[in-house]
Design a protein around this ligand. Structure first.
Ligand SMILES: [Fe+2]
Length: 360
């Protein structure tokens, strides 16, 4: 057990990595400290918050492991509150998910056979006068039920991706910028779509229009009850607010019709699922899609997007979830995804923002 004053980082935990990969840094409770109480752990986290932030900015992600007091959503939320300035909600997002409690949500409700490509959370949200830095600083995950098989959350350092990408590709993206258009249905047909009432947090059209106006988005209601959302231009790279490092920061490699979910076996691999996917595909391709272009509306080169996808695949690292694992990622530095899995699997998610005034 700990003494009255919080222990230093290494008195409570061992810091290590999975092999030679610096991502994530594992902060593993020493066997003698695995039974530390939640209150003691929270006090320790608060005491060492600036040191933990420095490690987060260096490695990109911190994995807390073997702390037995971390059991569920309530413990997860308490840790995120102790290590962050403000917890955020998922308004405006692109992934189906369910509320668990407070601002804790399921990591995704996407079917277990699907691979979720690596992305920085909400990096498709463009800066605007009302939201100068609209993407979370941290995205965190908690493993309540470890997967029976698979289900890893791959991580990728996007500083390294930027270093690896060809300079002519970077120049094309930086000089011409990006713009996202989304077609969102009113209701689900295949189960995994994101509906506009989910994105806007309301089924009321005038409230949805007000939400869009605040973001600077132009919207058009479509005959099928859906809506087309035209976002403002967005940069393709950015500099980290604290470290100043330049990062590849966009989701064009995922949010493009060349890689839309309905281009594959989105319902599953069985003959029946393939047949149903074939039946749904024509309607799916018009009622639900994301399309990234350059800011002036010109098409992206699909060959560029293939290079980005391969660079991320070659750079990413993976580890197997253990129940009780708590992962905090710097959402600007590191992209995350999800591997297919054999149920059960229950991973919770949370978003947080730093105190952005504190740095100025
Ligand atoms: Fe995500």
């Amino acid at each position: 057990m700990l003494t009255d004053s919080p222990a230093s980082l290494t008195e409570l935990a061992v810091l290590k990595t999975f092999g030679s990969s610096p991502l994530p840094l594992i902060i593993e409770a020493k066997p003698a400290q695995a039974d530390v109480s939640r209150e003691e752990l929270l006090a320790w986290l608060k005491e060492h918050r600036s040191q933990l932030d420095r490690l987060l900015h260096k490695h990109g992600a911190l994995l807390f492991r073997n702390f037995k007091c971390l059991q569920g959503a309530d413990d997860f939320e308490a840790v995120i509150k102790a290590t962050s300035h403000t917890m955020l909600d998922y308004a405006g997002g692109t992934t189906p998910r369910s509320a668990i409690s407070g601002k804790i949500v399921s990591s995704t409700d996407a079917p277990s056979h699907l691979t979720i490509g690596l992305h920085q959370e909400m990096s498709y949200l463009e800066p605007s006068p009302n939201f100068p830095d609209p993407t979370p600083d941290k995205v965190a995950f908690f493993c309540e039920i470890e997967p029976a098989a698979g289900g890893q959350t791959p991580l990728c350092d996007m500083r390294i991706v930027l270093q690896k990408l060809p300079q002519d590709l970077i120049d094309r993206f930086e000089s011409k910028g990006l713009r996202l258009t989304r077609q969102l249905p009113e209701t689900k047909a295949a189960g995994y779509e994101v509906t506009w009432p989910t994105v806007f947090g309301t089924a009321d059209r005038s409230e949805a229009e007000a939400f869009a106006a605040k973001r600077g988005w132009r919207i058009e209601w479509t005959d099928d009850g859906g809506v087309r959302v035209f976002q403002q231009p967005s940069p393709s790279t950015r500099c980290h607010r604290v470290t100043g490092e330049k990062i590849w920061f966009n989701q064009a490699h995922l949010l493009h019709t060349a890689f839309a979910p309905w281009t594959g076996d989105f319902l599953g691999p069985s003959p029946e699922e393939k047949a149903e996917a074939d039946r749904l595909r024509p309607a799916m391709s018009t009622r639900f899609f994301y399309q990234s272009t350059h800011a002036d509306g010109s098409e992206l080169l699909v060959s560029d997007l293939e290079i980005i996808r391969k660079t991320i695949a070659d750079t990413m690292t993976m580890f197997d979830w253990k129940a009780g694992d708590l992962l905090i990622c710097d959402n600007k530095l590191v992209a995350h995804g999800r591997q297919p899995y054999t149920p059960p699997r229950k991973i919770l998610a949370a978003l947080a923002a730093d105190d952005r005034q504190a740095d100025h």
